[in-house]
Design a protein around this ligand. Sequence first.
Ligand SMILES: [Zn+2]
Length: 330
Amino acid sequence: MIVFARRSPYRATSRVARRGSMRVARAMAACLAISFYGSVTATYAAQLSVEEIAPGVFVHRGQVAIYSPSVGGDISNCGFVIGREAVAVIDSCGSAPVGRALRDAIRARTDRPIRYVVATHMHPDHILGAGAFAEDRPTYVGHKKLARALAARADRYLAANKELMGAEAFADSRVVPPSLGIEDREEIDLGGRVLELRARPTAHTDNDLTVLDRQTGTLFVGDLLFSVHVPALDGSIRGWLKLLGELKESPAQRVVPGHGPAAMAPDAAIAPVERYLSRVADDVRKAIRAGQTLAAAATSVGVSERDAWLLFDEFHARNVSAAFAELEWE
Ligand SMILES: [Zn+2]
């Protein structure tokens, strides 16, 4: 297992030997659990790969897929940052089993406490693994509007996604409300390493939060940026386009999108999303001016984007409908 593959610079050396034997015991216990509980747990434990995209910054690249029993909750990017004293998780993945596998990946690299679990926004594929960190007693952090959004949607998220994933892949997944809501900007210190949290105005959702690791210039943007996976609109298309303009001014050296590669150059990540959203907005405005109904518009808006993205049929019609509802009141 990857657990044994490397000695991490983030582990306290005096504890290496003792913890090594503990890890062996834990891994054996995990293997027993796998054979007992079946394939889903086994798949994640063995396969949750994380990439160190910058020193001390790790990202797991989720699959470009929707929830299903075979893919489970592994459908979004999630990551963690290791400071001198503590670890921050940024998005807990899309189910408890995947969240636990992310925690295992952290524990394979450091024994420093997991002090923060940050949610970039409310969508279940980014937050349903949060309960996997309960034993760490972290501060759960989100946008100030996240708590309200989750309270309104939690029951629906849990029921719908349990159905899509199946009981085994969903097992123990739950919604954990944030214990710290970010109003505007706030910093968290991981020990010699400051993360800058910024609550954003309504864009992808009404509770998008970005996380900048100042030390490496890495900006976690959640679903403010999609790559490969077609963008999904659940906030404001005008707000999102405006915010993309602001992200272009960011000093970040790399961004971590919510879906797609683990890390990208900011311009390369922003341009396709801006192009897609602009196309949808422009086409919807034309349709509205021409007096078309939503049903008529849905067949023509944004079709030039079809081949540029995966999961187009799963999300695009909903995006058109959301953009139409917003823009007809302009
Ligand atoms: Zn999202």
